[in-house]
Design a protein around this ligand. Structure first.
Ligand code: PMP
Length: 398
C-alpha cells in the first residue's frame, strides 16, 4: 500500500516542487500535531486564517449546530439563510455607513474578482490601478493586478487596462484619472514583506479617487479581523474604501470571501443583466456560522487590542536573536534576519524544531510571523526558544 506521502505527490496537483509534507492528525489552539504526536507551534495561521486558533470551541459548536440544521440549500442569493443574514448584519454593524452591503463568495480571489467587476460596472470605466508587489489572488483577473512581472508574464495574455503604481509613492495619486474604474490595494501590503502605508499615502489615494470618480478598493484579506491590532486596517488608518474585500479569517477556518460596498454601488450588479454575478456555494451556511462565531470570539476577547502586547513580546524576544529588523504591526510581522541567506533553510527546517514559519511571495529578506491572535504569552516564549535553537544551529552550520 503506497504511503499517504506518495499518494499526495501522485494524486494532488502540486503548487511547487517543495511542499512542506507534514502529515497532520489534529490541530488545536496554537498547535498542529502530526501522526507521531509531535507538536508544531503555528506561527503562520494557515496564512492569516486561524485568527482564533485551530478549532476554537465556539467555532466548532457553531459548525455542528449548523450541520444539524442544513448544509447547501440553493445557489447564493435566492433563499434566506440565517447564517448569511446574521453574519452580514454583524459585519455591517462594525463597518462605516458606506459599507453595508455584503456579497459573500468562497475565497479571496473570488472576492477580488467580484470587486473588480463591481467597480467596472458601477463606474462604466475599465482601468484598474494596482501596486507593485501586491498579491490579490491567483485567478486570471486577480493575477492581472498582481504586482510581480514574474508571475504575470508566465500567464499572459491577462485582463487589459491595468496600470501598476508604486506603493507609498507620491506619484500614485496622480495616475488616477477619469478613465480609472478602481484603485485596489492592500492597506498594509502582506506578501511584499509587510509594508505599511506612509502617513498620508492612503488619504492621497482617497482624495484623488473622489476627485475623479474612481472607486477605492481595500483588500483586507490578510489584514482583517484583528491581524494588525485593529479589527480592520481601515479603522487604523481612518480611510474608508468604496469596496472592502475580505476572506481568510472571515470564515473562522472555513472557506469564505466577501466584497462589501454601499447598497447603491452593490445594486449595480443586480440588473442588466440579472444574474450577472452569481455563485453556487458563496456564503455557505457552515462557513458563515463558523465565521460569525469566530468574529464574536475576536470581539469578546478583545483580540485586536491584545495583539499589541503580543507584538511587543515578540519584538523583545526576537531582539535577542540575530535579527536586523522587524516590520509590521500587531501579529503580522516580517522578521529580517542578519543573514538573509538563512531564510530558505530556516523555513525548511522549522518543522524539525516544532515550528511553522513561512516566506513571503515577493520579499526575500524576511520570514513571516503571523500566529493565531489567541496565542498566549507562554506560547510566544516557547516559540521564540525554538526559533533561537533553530537560528543558532543554522548559524553554527549544523
Ligand atoms: N488578497 C490577499 C491580500 C491575499 O493575501 C490573498 C491570499 N494570500 C488573496 C487575496 C487571495 O485569497 P485566496 O487564496 O482565498 O483566493
Amino acid at each position: 500500500m503506497p504511503s499517504l506521502r506518495q499518494l499526495f505527490l501522485e494524486h494532488l496537483g502540486q503548487t511547487s516542487g517543495a511542499p512542506l509534507m507534514l502529515e497532520i492528525e489534529k490541530a488545536e489552539g496554537s498547535f498542529l500535531y502530526d501522526r507521531e504526536g509531535k507538536d508544531y507551534i503555528d506561527l503562520i495561521s494557515g496564512v492569516s486564517v486561524s485568527n482564533t486558533g485551530h478549532r476554537h470551541p465556539d467555532v466548532v459548536a457553531a459548525v455542528k449546530d449548523q450541520a444539524d440544521r442544513y448544509l447547501h440549500l440553493m445557489v447564493y442569493g435566492e433563499v434566506i439563510q440565517s447564517p448569511q443574514v446574521l453574519y452580514a448584519t454583524r459585519l455591517a454593524s462594525l463597518l462605516p455607513p458606506s459599507l453595508q452591503s455584503v456579497f459573500f463568495v468562497n475565497s479571496g480571489s473570488e472576492a477580488v474578482e467580484g470587486a473588480l467587476k463591481l467597480a467596472r460596472r458601477y463606474t462604466g470605466r475599465n482601468e484598474i490601478i494596482y501596486f507593485r508587489n501586491a498579491y490579490h489572488g491567483s485567478t486570471t483577473g486577480a493575477l492581472s493586478i498582481q504586482g510581480s512581472e514574474t508571475y504575470r508574464n508566465a500567464f499572459r495574455p491577462l485582463m487589459p487596462s491595468t496600470t501598476m503604481a508604486e506603493f507609498n509613492s507620491e506619484l500614485a495619486a496622480g495616475m488616477i484619472t477619469e478613465q480609472t474604474a478602481a484603485v485596489i490595494l492592500e492597506p498594509v501590503q502582506a506578501e511584499a514583506g509587510v509594508i505599511q502605508p506612509d502617513s498620508g499615502f492612503l488619504e492621497s489615494l482617497r482624495s484623488a479617487c473622489d476627485r475623479h470618480g474612481a472607486l477605492l478598493v481595500f483588500d483586507e484579506v490578510q489584514t482583517g479581523f484583528g491581524r494588525t491590532g485593529h479589527l480592520f486596517s481601515l479603522c487604523r488608518y481612518n480611510v474608508i474604501p468604496d469596496i472592502l474585500v475580505l476572506a481568510k479569517a472571515l470564515g473562522g477556518g472555513l472557506p469564505l470571501g466577501a466584497f462589501i460596498s454601499s447598497q447603491e454601488i452593490m445594486s449595480s450588479l443586480t440588473n442588466n443583466p440579472p444574474l450577472g454575478h452569481i455563485t453556487t456555494f458563496g456564503g455557505h451556511p457552515l462557513c458563515c456560522a463558523a465565521g460569525l462565531a469566530s468574529l464574536e470570539v475576536i470581539l469578546r476577547e478583545d483580540l485586536p487590542a491584545k495583539a499589541a502586547a503580543k507584538e511587543r513580546q515578540f519584538r523583545e524576544e526576537l531582539s535577542q536573536l540575530p535579527v536586523r529588523e522587524i516590520r509590521g504591526e500587531g501579529l503580522l510581522l516580517a522578521v529580517v534576519p542578519e543573514e538573509k541567506k538563512i531564510i530558505p533553510e530556516l523555513v525548511r527546517q522549522a518543522p524539525t524544531y516544532g515550528l511553522l514559519l513561512d516566506y513571503f511571495l515577493f520579499c526575500d529578506d524576511a520570514f513571516r510571523i503571523a500566529p493565531p491572535l489567541t496565542i498566549t504569552h507562554d506560547e510566544i516564549s516557547f516559540a521564540c526558544q525554538r526559533l533561537r535553537s533553530l537560528m543558532h544551529d543554522l548559524s553554527s552550520g549544523n
